[in-house]
Write a protein that binds this ligand. Structure first.
Ligand code: NOJ
Length: 567
């Protein structure tokens, strides 16, 4: 099974409870008198715009499509949508190659459509988060076109240009995470430019103050247009060693692209990144906005650095370590939860996104996938921290990779085939109903609709009280209404149990217990009510045959029990 894609592993190789005072600098924006911020109580939902809803029937999703689904999202329990890049782009990396940061790609609509989406979302108390591709632009961006035109151009130093080591030899051994050398020779000026991702994604030179000013300006421009924050793309790779020292080779052999395995120590996670993050955060704080980071951290020490000293960098660096637990393993989850719970900032939990295999099949055993999807929902939506959902996860969408190289749309799937099949499988159209193309579009969608639309759609699952979707709706409702789930401390229970993951969330006098059976056999746990200062438990949400009796909780195979504790 493909795990996290290659650059993620490359980045990983390289490298108490949050007191109310941690947010002192924005306490005037708190949502309660305890000082909690809106983004601590919000549930985020990632939308891959190409695949969510197609209003003009051209086979590609768009902003009007998203607007038409706001009621669905509100009803589901979503408070903020993160829209993956929808800016003008040649779409080499499906939007992660931006050619104009302050506009909307015509395939998704117009700025006017964005304004309508923003105001419709606001009416429903849904915030909009955009994806800020800070590491690189498209090679078609006017900055790069000018930069490459001559060594003396106004934007020359906005990108990283260097002489080769010799004829036909790039400046050093760095490889692109998407395959091949990270340097591309440009004959117009006889120099190489640097690109960590595709050749069409030249890295911006963040050492140039003009680049900083331009990017901070773009950030503020969108806040003024109604955006409530950004997911910052690829922050690990913003800086490179100015001496361009070669990267060490980790071990012999070649990756899926035929490149050596390098330790990216000279082109990822350089300390200068934090200076930029503090700058972006300063602008964010002026607008009560949130910064979510695509941060591939190897441990909690690295995660802590992304929160910044005094929580002045990212409020929500994503904890992808959680996604590296690829089996239903209580000990493994316990370890990761404890680690992030002890971090210096507020935790963020993600189980799926547009770059990794969907959680439905990462954890599914092929037989009990729907039950397991419920276990996973009950897990990451009841932990102390902010969850970021991925579209389709709530209906149990399955990763459906291409079956032949010819079908592949994601370029890395073509260069890496068959070892790396690319990311098409986790980006297939949202399965709305049983009509043509699962109700996503009347035209042939850009990626095929998976056959599972026959069993898993929004419309079908809304009618089935036992569906994955109904379970998500219930957990999300509980999460919004239950103080202990929103703000409570995390306390692990039964820490040596290999089968059941159980924990308490405690906030003042309020207590909630969560017990998750991660096996296909019935299990029992004991809550330890007395020892934890409580007298009784009452069920709040449980799968069909799971329940509590006194101190004991019985769980059916892959059963879930969530209960309220009383003194
Ligand atoms: C991370 C994004 O999530 C991924 O989809 C993209 O290909 C790379 N950054 C490059 O922008």
């Amino acid at each position: 099974m493909k795990k996290v894609i290659l650059w993620a592993s490359a980045l990983l190789i390289c490298s108490g409870i949050l007191g109310v005072t941690g947010f002192a600098q924005t306490s005037d924006h708190a949502v309660d008198k305890e000082g909690h911020q809106w983004w601590q109580h919000a549930v985020f939902y990632e939308i891959y715009p190409r695949s969510f809803a197609d209003s003009n029937n051209d086979g590609i999703g768009d902003l009007k499509g998203i607007a038409s689904k706001l009621d669905y999202l509100k009803d589901l329990g979503v408070d903020a949508i993160w829209i993956s890049p929808c800016f003008p782009s040649p779409q080499v990396d499906f939007g992660y190659d931006v050619s104009d940061y302050e506009n909307i790609d015509p395939m998704y609509g117009t700025l006017a459509d964005f304004d309508v989406l923003a105001s419709e979302a606001k009416k429903r108390n849904i915030r909009i988060i955009l994806d800020f591709v800070v590491n690189h632009s498209s090679d078609q961006h006017k900055w790069f076109l000018d930069s490459k035109s001559s060594r003396a151009s106004a934007h020359r130093d906005w990108y990283i240009w260097r002489d080769g080591k010799g004829p036909g030899e790039p400046p050093n051994n760095w490889v692109s995470t998407f395959g091949g050398s990270a340097w591309k020779f440009d004959p117009t000026t006889n120099q190489y430019y640097y690109h960590f991702f595709y050749t069409e994604q030249p890295d911006l030179n963040w050492r140039n103050p003009a680049v900083k000013d331009a990017m901070f300006g773009i950030e503020a421009w969108w806040y003024k247009r109604g955006v409530s924050g950004f997911r910052l793309d690829a922050v690990d790779t913003l800086f490179e060693d100015p001496k361009l020292q070669d990267n060490p080779i980790l071990h012999p052999g070649m990756n899926a692209f035929g490149d050596p395995y390098e330790d990216n120590k000279n082109n990822t996670k350089l300390p200068e990144v934090h200076d930029v993050l503090r700058g972006l955060r300063k602008v964010a704080d002026e607008h009560n906005a949130v910064l979510i980071g695509e941060t591939w951290t190897a441990d909690v020490a690295e995660l802590n650095r992304y929160y910044g000293d005094g929580n002045n960098e990212l409020q929500l660096p994503m904890d992808f370590l959680f996604t590296t637990v690829n089996k239903l393993s209580p000990p493994e989850f316990r370890k990761q939860i404890a680690a992030v719970d002890g971090a210096s900032g507020w935790p963020t939990f993600v189980i799926s996104n547009h770059d990794i295999v969907r959680s439905y099949d990462r954890y599914g055993d092929g037989e009990h996938n729907d039950q397991i999807a419920k276990v996973m929902a009950a897990l990451y939506l009841t932990l102390r921290g902010t969850p970021i959902m991925y579209y389709g996860e709530e209906i149990g969408m399955k990763t459906t990779p291409p079956t032949s190289k010819e079908e592949v749309k994601d370029p890395i799937g073509r260069t890496g085939w068959p070892k790396e099949k690319g990311r098409d499988g986790e980006r297939t159209p949202m399965q709305w109903d049983g009509t043509v193309n699962a109700g996503f579009s009347k035209a042939a969608p850009w990626l095929p609709v998976p056959p599972t639309y026959e069993t898993h759609t929004v419309a079908g699952e809304l009618k089935d009280h036992n569906s994955v979707l109904e379970f998500y709706r219930k957990v999300l409702k509980l999460r919004h209404d239950n103080t202990a789930l929103l703000d409570g401390n995390y306390k692990a229970l039964n820490e040596t149990d290999d089968n059941v993951l159980s924990y308490l969330r405690i906030y003042k006098d309020h207590g909630t217990v969560v017990a998750l059976n991660m096996t296909n056999t019935p299990q029992k746990i004991s809550i330890g009510l007395k020892g934890n200062g409580f007298a009784s438990v009452k069920g709040l949400l449980a799968t069909e045959k799971s329940g509590a009796n006194g101190d004991d909780v019985s769980l059916e195979p892959f059963g879930v029990f969530i209960g309220e504790l009383s003194k």
